[in-house]
Design a protein around this ligand. Structure first.
Ligand code: A2P
Length: 297
């Protein structure tokens, strides 16, 4: 597991109380923000969703699809006078080659972290532990012809990274991304990102002109009218998703899958993928599908 509240690597020796003079009043500890990065951009999509970008530590390397611990300093503990970092696991939504980092987050009004994080502005500091990990990485899958990215809500984040990752298009002939949300406005971040790939000169040059034609995007909503209503799980069970997309049902010879959504969704789709004959993989044991839980505050 991740060390979310580990010790601060930036401990400042000058803040220690001198030990020679035992009667001296202890010098109050000024909290030094550990692993600080600066917010460069913030975009709000709905009253429940926003994304932001921040600086990237020069030495930080990661594989597209991984996550890190990020957060803010918590409130001062009235008993000890100390502050502890309040950290949560967040998928990195930007690709590994991007010089900045991007995150896509829910806003929970009484959530310990996101009730505050939703108010960040460019120029503000956030804490970022530069130790990326995760299973939604190409290394955890065996070679295949077609890859499925299954997301609900903010579970789109790791796929925002992988959809901008050249290896995705080197490894697969077809890239299918399904995104199920409650309301239509919650699809905006993903839709805008996929639309922007078409005009991204750098990616079209690096990956190959028209690389985005490999993408089949299947957005659905469950609680508000949109072009396609329903949970992706139900739409796959009925066969509707496959006929809408004009593709064959999932089979273990050609198909690989990555899943990121809420817990109930992950459990349900995992079972379905197993029924199609896919097997769960990991970094140490690549197989035909991988799963990760989307962050909820
Ligand atoms: P629904 O509105 O029918 O619950 P949330 O915002 O709660 O994380 O949900 C995001 C989306 O995931 C919603 O559209 C929700 O549908 C859907 N969802 C929740 N549970 C499942 C599940 N077990 N299988 C498929 N979709 C699910």
């Amino acid at each position: 597991m991740i060390d979310g509240g580990g010790k601060c690597p930036c401990f400042d020796m000058t803040e220690q109380t001198p030990v020679t003079d035992t009667k001296a009043t202890p010098v109050p500890k000024v909290p030094t923000l550990p692993d600080t990065q600066t917010v460069t951009d913030v975009k709000h999509y709905t009253d429940r969703l926003f994304s932001f970008r921040c600086t990237r530590p020069a030495s930080m390397r990661f594989r597209s699809g991984e996550f890190v611990m990020i957060g803010l300093m918590g409130d001062v503990n009235p008993k000890t006078g100390k502050q502890k970092p309040l950290l949560r696991a967040y998928s990195i939504a930007s690709p590994s080659w991007d010089e900045e980092l991007e995150f896509y987050s829910i806003k929970v009004q009484d959530g310990p972290l996101t009730s505050r994080l939703q108010h960040i502005q460019p120029g503000d500091d956030i804490i970022l532990r530069p130790k990326p990990v995760g299973t939604l990485v190409h290394d955890a899958l065996l070679p295949g012809r077609r890859i499925w990215f299954f997301a609900t809500g903010t579970g789109f984040a790791p796929f925002a990274s992988l959809l901008r990752e050249p290896q995705t298009y080197e490894d697969y002939d077809e890239v299918i991304i399904t995104h199920t949300c409650r309301e239509a406005g919650e699809l905006t971040y993903g839709r805008d990102l996929i639309d922007a790939l078409k005009d991204d000169e750098l990616l079209n040059e690096v990956i190959g002109d028209g690389f985005w034609k490999k993408i089949k995007y299947y957005p659905t909503t469950t609680r508000e009218d949109s072009a396609k209503m329903g949970r992706i799980t139900d739409l796959m069970r009925s066969g509707e998703a496959f006929s809408d997309l004009g593709v064959d049902p999932i089979n273990p010879e050609s198909d690989r899958a990555m899943v990121c959504g809420n817990l109930a969704f992950n459990i349900e789709i995992k079972e379905m993928l197993e029924d199609y004959g896919l097997k769960e993989g990991a970094n140490s044991d690549p197989q035909t599908y991988v799963v990760e839980k989307a962050f909820l505050d």
